[in-house]
Design a protein around this ligand. Structure first.
Ligand SMILES: Cc1ncc(COP(=O)(O)O)c(C=O)c1O
Length: 442
C-alpha cells in the first residue's frame, strides 16, 4: 500500500497548495486523505481523524452521505452539464425555488431571485458588481463600498478589495478598488462597548460617504476568517437602518454562516434583518461540489429590466462557464431535502449547545485567551507561545485523532452539523489535550 510519505513526495514535486508556504510543506507533515465517511476522514496509511472543520467549513450532513451520493449518481445518468446562458434546466429551477422558499425574513426586502456561481469569492464578485450597476440604473453611479475591518470575503480581486485582513490582503492593495473600512463590532480591542462604538463609527462614515456608497458588505454575526469574531445582532439592524437612510444596498456574505452553520438556516434570521443581496456557498452542496449563489431582492432584479427610454442595456453582464451546473444543483437539492427530513437545523442547534457546554471548562485553561462561538462555529484562541501556536495545537490534535485548522492563534472548530454526542466529546477532549501537549512542551 502507498504510504503518506510516498504521496507527499509526489505532491511536492507537482502541486502548489492554497494558503501554503511550500518551504515548510514537507516538514509540516500534511495529511494525504484517501477516504471519508460521516464525520471522519482517513489517510492513505489508514489513520482516521475526526473532521473538526467540516473540510473547510463545507460538510453539513457528513461525508459520502448515501442520499446525496444517490442524487448525484441519478443526475449523472440524465444531464451532466448544460449552459445556463440561453437555456435552463430542472435542477437549476428547483434549487432556486428551494432557496427562495428558505430565504430569511424580517426587516428588509423579499429575496426572490437566485444568481449562481461556483465559489464564495465569485458570489461576492457578483454581489459587488450587481450593487454598483444597481446604483447606475436607479439614479447615479455610487462607487464606494463600506466593509468591516478584519473582513474576509474571498480571494478574487473584488472580494479582496472588501477584505480587511492585512496578512491576506495587504500585498494586493495597489491592484484594488478603493473601499472604506469601518471598525468591526467584533474587534475585542475596542472594549466591551465595541458594538456601540462600531455603530457610531458606521453612522459617521455614512454621514460622510453615504451618498456615494452603493453597498455595505458584512459577514453577519460572525467574522469567520478573522478568527471567529462574533458580534451582536444590533449591529446588523444599524447596517440596515443606515443603508436605507442613505439609499445604499446591504450585502450579507453568508458563505460561511449560511446553510445552518449558526444553528439557523441563515445568520440573518437571528437578527431578523434581510439584506438586498445574500451570498452563500460552502455548505450549499453539503460539501460535495463547488456551487455558490446570490439571493437577490426583487427591487434589485427589477432595476436590471430594460425600460423603453433606456440609452443602453441594463443586462447584468456576468456569467461563468459552469454557472448552475446540474450535478452541483442536484447535490444542493439533495442536501436541502436531507436537512428538512432529518431536521438538521434542530441537530445543529443541539450540537451548538453541546459544544457550548463541553467547551466551558476549557475557557478557564491558562493557555486559552478566549472561546468565541456562534452556533456550530467556534474559535478557541490560545495564548501565543511564539511562532505558529495555533498550527502546533492543530498538529498535536492529530495525535488525538482530531483534524483541525488554525487561523493565527485561533483554532477553528466547525464540525459537520450532524456530529453526534460521543464524537463531539472526542473533538473537544482532543483539542484540550492538544493545548496541554503544546503548553507542556514549552
Ligand atoms: C465569508 C466568506 N466569504 C467568502 C469566502 C470565499 O469563499 P470561496 O473560498 O469558496 O471562494 C469565504 C471563505 O472562507 C468566507 O468565509
Amino acid at each position: 500500500m502507498a504510504t503518506n510519505s510516498h504521496w507527499i513526495d509526489r505532491d511536492a514535486a507537482a502541486v502548489w497548495h492554497p494558503f501554503t508556504q511550500h518551504s515548510l510543506w514537507i516538514d509540516d507533515g500534511p495529511t494525504v486523505v484517501s477516504e471519508a465517511s460521516g464525520a471522519w476522514i482517513t489517510d492513505v496509511d489508514g489513520r482516521r481523524f475526526l473532521d473538526g472543520v467540516s473540510s473547510l467549513w463545507t460538510t453539513t450532513v457528513g461525508h459520502c452521505h448515501p442520499d446525496i451520493n444517490a442524487a448525484i449518481e441519478k443526475q449523472l445518468r440524465t444531464l451532466d452539464h448544460s449552459t445556463f446562458l440561453g437555456s435552463t434546466h430542472k435542477p437549476g429551477i428547483e434549487l432556486s425555488e428551494m432557496l427562495v422558499n428558505r430565504a430569511p425574513t424580517g426587516d428588509g426586502p423579499e429575496l426572490s431571485k437566485v444568481f449562481y456561481a461556483g465559489d464564495g469569492s465569485s458570489a461576492v464578485e457578483i454581489a459587488l458588481k450587481m450593487a454598483y450597476q444597481y446604483s447606475t440604473q436607479t439614479g447615479r453611479p455610487r462607487d464606494k463600498f463600506i466593509r468591516l475591518n478584519y473582513a474576509y470575503h474571498g480571494d478574487t480581486l473584488g472580494a479582496v478589495a472588501v477584505g480587511g485582513h492585512d496578512l491576506f490582503h495587504a500585498t494586493y492593495k495597489p491592484l484594488l478598488l478603493e473601499t472604506i473600512g469601518v471598525p468591526s463590532p467584533g474587534d475585542r480591542s475596542l472594549g466591551d462597548d465595541r458594538v456601540a462604538r462600531a455603530i457610531v463609527a458606521l453612522e459617521e462614515t455614512m454621514a460622510e460617504h453615504g451618498d456615494n456608497t452603493c453597498a455595505i458588505i458584512v459577514e453577519p454575526l460572525m467574522q469567520g476568517a478573522a478568527g471567529m469574531l462574533d458580534y451582536d445582532a444590533s449591529y446588523l439592524r444599524a447596517v440596515r437602518r443606515l443603508a436605507d437612510k442613505y439609499g445604499a444596498l446591504v450585502i450579507f456574505d453568508e458563505v460561511a454562516t449560511g446553510i445552518g452553520r449558526t444553528g439557523t438556516m441563515w445568520a440573518a434570521e437571528q437578527a431578523e434583518v434581510v439584506p438586498d443581496l445574500l451570498t452563500c456557498g460552502k455548505g450549499i452542496t453539503a460539501g460535495y461540489l463547488p456551487l455558490s449563489a446570490v439571493l437577490v431582492a426583487q427591487h434589485v432584479y427589477d432595476a436590471f429590466l430594460s425600460q423603453p427610454d433606456d440609452d443602453g442595456p441594463r443586462t447584468f453582464f456576468h456569467g461563468h462557464t459552469y454557472t448552475a451546473n446540474p450535478i452541483c444543483c442536484a447535490a444542493a437539492i439533495a442536501n436541502l431535502e436531507v436537512m428538512d427530513r432529518d431536521n438538521v437545523l434542530g441537530q445543529a442547534g443541539r450540537l451548538a449547545q453541546r459544544l457550548d457546554h463541553l467547551f466551558k471548562p476549557l475557557a478557564d485553561h491558562p493557555e486559552v485567551t478566549e472561546i468565541r462561538q456562534l452556533g456550530t462555529m467556534v474559535g478557541v484562541e490560545v495564548t501565543s507561545l511564539g511562532e505558529r501556536t495555533g498550527f502546533q495545537v492543530c498538529q498535536a490534535a492529530r495525535e488525538h485523532g482530531v483534524w483541525l485548522r488554525p487561523l493565527g492563534d485561533t483554532v477553528i472548530v466547525m464540525p459537520p452539523l450532524t456530529l453526534d454526542e460521543s464524537d463531539t466529546r472526542l473533538l473537544v477532549d482532543g483539542l484540550g489535550k492538544a493545548i496541554d501537549d503544546v503548553a507542556g512542551a514549552r
